[in-house]
Structures are given as structure tokens and as C-alpha cells.
Design a protein around this ligand. Structure first.
Ligand code: MSP
Length: 675
């Protein structure tokens, strides 16, 4: 079983940015998934060097184009290494041993097939696109992609008879419906080819930077005709027939949606003409934007993928790009959203889960677990996640793969909250049950980590190590290693936080009082989080003691007649379930100095202790609070209040005349979920 996949080769006139990195990361996820699934995989990347912009950039820097390209190769390789891209081969279009003979062979073969002829080209050329443009393609005289005027050129050119391939291409698309993915790109290409194809120029006259045409050394091969050949050149076309027979055709070209025409029309026509097999599939992914805008130097909004990788390692960025962008569609990146997802998915969810399982195993079982009990309900959750993951990944719905792994992580977190191992630990009669629960949780986390290996290679390997996996990640195989194990002795490592929480500036609590909506009598004594001063939430909300974070405090609700009841907006159960309400027990309470309303609480939250600052000091004495059970919001972002970091919100009824009445969930034990 072999799998040969490629990415587009990059122009080297600029460093890689988040958009080009997106393509390499997602292709890497596919390559790693295929290796995990047992394929002998060859993952090719490279640099596209014969572009005029590259030539110009080298001139600007006073370097020869080749010296400049040599330097850029290192820049690109360094970025890809930092992002943990596991390419097996890297080709450059200046490679005289592999690429040049392949391009020359391809041109010769097309000429022998009668598909290359001499003519004169007169028209527009956009250097940014390295493409000939028709008048109708321009917008106010500019290239619509680069927003720069194209150049008018008139020169002797060699042409490729693309028009001859209209019908063969349509026949190929019809016979191979999966040739172009996703469907939206397939439809675009079908429409384009059905409308008719014109012959294209495949040489440039009077230029020195490029590969000379074998039959006209005064001309160089047009940069796209040159670049596309890299895929076959890398596996021996024109220089090693045996290697070529082994690896060609490619199974998958991963490319951006802007260059599907080159890969789905011109490249297959070239291959047909030269008598080579066509690649099995071209996947045209979407674009990644920065806060909704195209990244560009002129807008100054280019995101350097290294900036994200240097802060957190490559994996949080890889996870964000794979999980948050449905593969095939466009996606968006902003630092705020990235940090939000880092905290939500990694710090609070997966990281917290790994820590809880490891800490409890260490505390209650000295770090060792035995799987002699029959698997509990998590084995079913793992099977469901695998059943969603595999077909998703097989059709390159990478976001579904990531989502399936997180389904299992969520199910495991819920399982721990429901089974309450900390309560079992207090009862010697439940020792066997406790071992089984911890074993199952560790096993589920192990399987989730196998699913995450292609997406977050080094951190998933670390999670595996902590969950008792003794083999190297590269030795694991999908079927064998996602099967539920019943091991005699699993060594679980408790090794500290994998993803420390990012402490953001307080962004404020969710607005629980909508000032625009009249209140009904029922809602006046509703249960709301006890928001301390300076944050939105239950009144008393206005105070001069703690300054409100900018733009976050909700204005107090205007009084409204009870009769003016408006329809209440309803939320779905899913929305509600996003709020994690849990039982806690107050261990310590003290008034916050210089504050009338704030009370600092130390709360037993089940598996950990938390500091929560609550606006209840006007209604309760500190001593009376110790030992009380409360309900609190467990998954709220932390906020600093009067210099104290609060990690949660206590719930209380808030009568209209002020004060707060704490909810009492006794006798539920700390950590119990409230819903
Ligand atoms: N050199 C050509 C490809 C030749 S392949 C035989 C080229 N190079 S590029 O450097 O401009 O782009 C490389 C890849 O990055 C392309 O697939 C392109 O679609 C992709 N992306 C460039 N910017 C992008 C985003 N903002 N988002 C996602 N991918 C983007 O085209």
C-alpha cells in the first residue's frame, strides 16, 4: 500500500506565511494519517524558483538568482521543520539532476505528440500570477488578485494545444468523479472546461531565468509548465524510470483554490499529451484569511506561522487550523480566537483531562493501573469517535477527524465528572470500581491521543507516553492501536501541565442581563451568577471599588413594568450545556480588603481547589460560609478582581431589593455536575 502526495511548490520571493503554512500543515496531517493507517507514504514539497518575481527579488538584494534561492531554501526548510512538517522529499525547480531533465523530457514528448507549435503571443501578463490574462479578466485594468496592472507583451512563443484536450478532460472528470475535490472546485472546473479551452503559451522569449527549451534554447519554459512537472520529476520522470514506475501517478495533489485551473486542466492535459498517467486526485483547499482579510504585505497583516509556533510549539497552531477550518472551505485566523481556542481545547479540556487522570492515578493508585474489569461506557464512546474519525480522514474532512478526537475527550471528561472517582476513593468497598474508572479514562485518553497523532504529532506522543504507551509514535498503527486494550499494568505519568492556561486580560463575564429586554416578575428573582463588582452579571453591578474592564460591564437593567413581558429568547440545550455548572464546597472565605461586596473563597471543586471571588460580602459573613456547598460556573475564563484571580462564578438568587441568596446543593459532593 503506497500513497504519494504533494503540495504546491512555493514561490520564494517571500518567506512562508500562515496561508502557505496552512497548506503544508494540512497536507502533513494527511501524510501522517496515511502512515498511521499503514501506507508506505511519500510526501513531496518544494520551491518554485523560476518566477520573475524571484529573479527581481534577487536583483534587489544584489544576489545571483541561484544564490538567493539557495538561501531561501534554508528559510523554507527551517519554517517547515519548526511546524513539524514531515516531508520525505523536497524538490527545487533549479534542481539540474532531477527537475531540469524532467521538464525537457515533458516538452519534447508534448512536441512529439504534435501539441507544441510556434506562434506569436500578444496580450497581458501578470507577473504576480505568472499568468497570461485576458482583457475580460481584468478589473479596472488591474489583475483582480494582485490589484496591479499586468504587462503588455508581444513575443514569439511556443504554444501548447490545450484546446485539443477539452473532450478528453471532460471524459476523465466524468469517469473519475473524485478527481477534483471538494465538489465546489469540481463544479468550477467543469464549467470552465465546458466553456471551451484556448491554447496556451508555454515559453517566454529573451529571458535567461528558466529552463531552456531543448528545441529553442533562446526561449525558456513558461514557469507554470516548468513548475507542474516537479511532481513527476521528484519520482524519477526523465531520469529514473524504475522509480517513476514505482511512484507515479501521484495519489493526491494538495493545492490552494486559486491554482486549481493549472492542476485540474493544464497539468492533466500535459500528462495526456506526454503519455503519462494522471494523478488520482487534486484537493483544492480554501484560503486562510486574517480577521476576514486577505493577508498581504501592503496591508501589513501577514501572520508569521513561526510567531505562533515559537510561543506555544507548533501543535496548538496545527490544531487550530485543522479543527477550526472545515477542510475545503475558507478559514479565518485572529490571535484572540487562537488564544481562546488554545485555552478551551488544550488548557482546559485535553490538558486538564490528562492532568486529572494522571494526578488521580498517582494519588489513589501510585501511578499504576490494571485493566481487569470489563470496559465501561467509554469503550463505546471510543468506538463512536473512531467510526466518525476514520471516514472523515479518508475523505480529507480533517476537521471531522479533529472533532471526533475531541468528542472522545469530552466524553471522558463527562465520565469523570459523573463517576466521581474522588468520592469512590473515600470508600474502600469501591476500590475495584475506582481502578476500573481510572483505567477506562486513561485508555480513552490514550485512544484520543492516537487519533490526534497526525494533527498534533509531538504533544499527542507526549500524552501517549503519560498514558502508559511504551512504543514510539512512529511504530503505532491505526487499527491495532485504536483497539481498546486490557493491559495488566499500565504506568501512568503525572508530569505537570502540558498547556498552561493563557491568562487573558479579563474579557468580562457573559452579559446575563439584557438591558433592552423588559424583565418579567419571574425573572426578577432568577438564578444568576454572582458577578463581583466591575463585571457584568447579577446586581449589585455598579460600584466605584473595582474599575470595570473596558467595554465589558453591562449597564444596569432599566426598571420595566411587569405587564410589558416580551417573548423570552430561548436557547438550545446545547447552548445551555456549554455552561458547566458544578458543586463546590467552601473551604475558606475572607473579605477582600477595601471592598464592600467582594468575598474571596477557596473552593473544593472536586479534583482541585479554586479561588473564586464573589460579590456576596454584603449578604454573608465569612465564617458562616466555610463548609457551605455552592453551585459555581466551572468553565468561565478567569478574571482579575481587585488584583485577585477568580476562577469561576458562584450562583445565587438575586432578589430585586438587592443581596444574594446562595444556592445550596447539599448533599451533592464537590465536582458533581449541575444540569
Ligand atoms: N508556485 C505556485 C504553485 C506551483 S505548484 C506547481 C504558487 N505558489 S505560492 O507561493 O503563491 O502559493 C503556494 C500555495 O499556497 C498555493 O497552493 C496557494 O494556494 C497557497 N496559499 C497562498 N496563500 C494562501 C492563503 N492565504 N491561504 C491558504 N493557502 C494559500 O502558487
Amino acid at each position: 500500500m503506497r500513497f504519494f502526495l504533494t503540495t504546491a511548490i512555493d514561490y520564494v520571493n517571500n518567506r512562508p506565511h500562515l496561508g502557505t503554512a496552512y497548506e503544508k500543515i494540512t497536507a502533513d496531517v494527511i501524510a501522517r494519517y496515511k502512515r498511521l493507517a499503514g501506507f508506505e507514504t511519500r510526501f513531496l514539497m518544494g520551491n518554485d524558483e523560476h518566477s520573475q518575481n524571484v529573479f527581481r527579488r534577487a536583483q534587489e538584494q544584489g544576489k545571483t538568482p541561484l544564490a538567493y534561492c539557495d538561501e531561501m531554501e534554508q528559510v523554507f526548510r527551517d519554517v517547515w521543520r519548526t511546524l513539524d512538517i514531515s516531508f520525505d522529499d523536497f524538490i527545487r525547480t533549479t534542481d539540474a539532476r532531477r527537475h531540469r531533465p524532467a521538464v525537457q523530457r515533458m516538452v519534447e514528448r508534448c512536441r512529439e505528440a504534435g501539441d507544441i507549435y510556434e506562434g506569436v503571443y500578444e496580450g497581458w501578463y501578470c507577473v504576480g500570477c505568472e499568468a497570461f490574462k485576458q482583457e475580460k479578466d481584468l478589473v479596472e485594468g488591474n489583475c483582480p488578485i494582485h490589484q496591479t496592472p499586468p504587462e503588455w507583451i508581444r513575443e514569439k512563443n511556443w504554444f501548447f494545444r490545450l484546446s485539443k484536450y477539452q473532450q478528453p478532460l471532460l471524459a476523465h472528470y466524468a469517469a473519475h468523479p473524485a478527481f477534483i475535490e471538494p465538489e465546489v472546485r469540481r463544479n468550477e472546473i467543469l464549467r470552465l472546461v465546458e466553456a471551451g479551452l484556448e491554447d496556451i503559451s508555454v515559453s517566454r522569449a529573451g529571458q535567461s531565468w528558466g529552463i531552456p527549451l531543448p528545441f529553442d534554447p533562446e526561449s525558456v519554459v513558461y514557469v507554470w509548465f516548468d513548475a507542474l512537472v516537479n511532481y513527476a520529476a521528484a519520482v524519477g520522470y526523465g531520469w529514473d524510470e524504475a522509480l517513476c514506475a514505482q511512484w507515479w501517478p501521484a495519489d493526491l495533489h494538495v493545492i490552494g483554490k486559486d491554482i486549481t485551473r493549472f492542476h485540474c486542466v493544464i497539468w492533466p492535459a500535459m500528462l495526456m499529451s506526454a503519455g503519462l498517467a494522471l494523478p488520482k486526485q487534486v484537493f483544492g483547499h480554501g484560503w486562510v484569511f486574517f480577521k476576514g482579510e486577505r493577508m498581504s504585505k501592503s496591508l501589513g497583516n501577514i501572520v508569521d506561522p513561526l510567531a505562533a509556533a515559537e510561543r506555544f510549539g507548533p501543535d496548538p497552531l496545527r490544531l487550530y487550523l485543522v479543527k477550526e477550518v472545515p477542510y475545503g472551505g475558507d478559514g479565518d485566523f485572529s490571535w484572540d480566537r487562537f488564544e481562546e481556542k488554545y485555552n478551551a481545547d488544550l488548557a482546559n479540556n485535553l490538558g486538564n483531562l490528562v492532568n486529572r487522570v494522571a494526578a488521580m492515578t498517582e494519588r489513589y493508585r501510585g501511578g499504576r493501573l490494571t485493566g481487569d474489569a470489563a470496559p465501561g461506557r467509554l469503550a463505546g464512546a471510543a468506538a463512536e469517535a473512531i467510526a466518525r474519525y476514520r471516514p472523515g480522514m479518508d475523505r480529507f474532512a480533517l476537521h471531522e477527524g479533529a472533532g471526533a478526537a475531541f468528542d472522545l475527550i469530552n466524553a471522558t471528561n463527562l465520565y469523570i465528572a459523573d463517576t466521581q472517582p474522588w468520592a469512590m476513593a473515600k470508600d474502600p468497598a469501591r476500590a475495584g470500581e475506582l481502578t476500573a474508572v481510572l483505567y477506562d479514562a486513561a485508555e480513552a485518553v490514550r485512544i484520543a491521543a492516537v487519533l490526534l497523532l497526525p494533527i498534533m504529532p509531538s504533544s499527542a506522543a507526549e500524552v501517549l507516553r503519560r498514558m502508559g504507551e511504551t512504543r514510539e509514535a512512529s511504530q503505532l498503527r491505526f487499527d491495532a492501536d485504536t483497539a481498546w486494550r486490557r493491559e495488566g499494568d499500565k504506568q501512568i505519568l503525572n508530569a505537570g501541565a502540558l498547556w498552561p492556561r493563557l491568562e487573558a486580560e479579563p474579557k468580562g463575564a457573559p452579559t446575563v442581563t439584557d438591558p433592552t429586554r423588559p424583565e418579567t416578575p419571574e425573572s426578577l428573582a432568577r438564578v444568576t451568577p454572582v458577578a463581583p463588582e466591575g463585571t457584568a452579571g447579577l446586581g449589585p453591578t455598579t460600584t466605584t471599588e473595582a474599575p470595570a474592564p473596558p467595554g465589558n460591564a453591562a449597564p444596569p437593567a432599566p426598571p420595566a413594568p411587569a405587564a410589558a413581558a416580551a417573548p423570552v429568547d430561548r436557547i438550545s440545550i446545547d447552548d445551555f450545556m456549554k455552561v458547566q455548572l458544578r458543586v463546590g464546597k467552601i473551604l475558606e472565605a475572607e473579605r477582600v480588603p477595601k471592598s464592600k461586596k467582594l468575598m474571596k473563597l477557596l473552593v473544593d471543586a472536586g479534583t482541585e481547589q479554586r479561588t473564586i471571588v464573589a460579590g456576596i460580602a454584603e449578604s454573608y459573613e465569612a465564617e458562616a460560609l466555610v463548609g457551605r456547598s455552592i453551585v459555581f460556573v466551572a468553565n468561565l475564563q478567569p478574571a482579575k478582581l481587585m488584583g485577585i484571580e477568580s476562577n469561576g462564578m458562584v450562583l445565587a438568587a438575586s432578589p430585586e431589593d438587592g443581596g444574594a441568596i446562595l444556592l445550596n446543593p447539599d448533599p451533592a459532593t464537590p465536582g458533581t455536575r449541575v444540569r
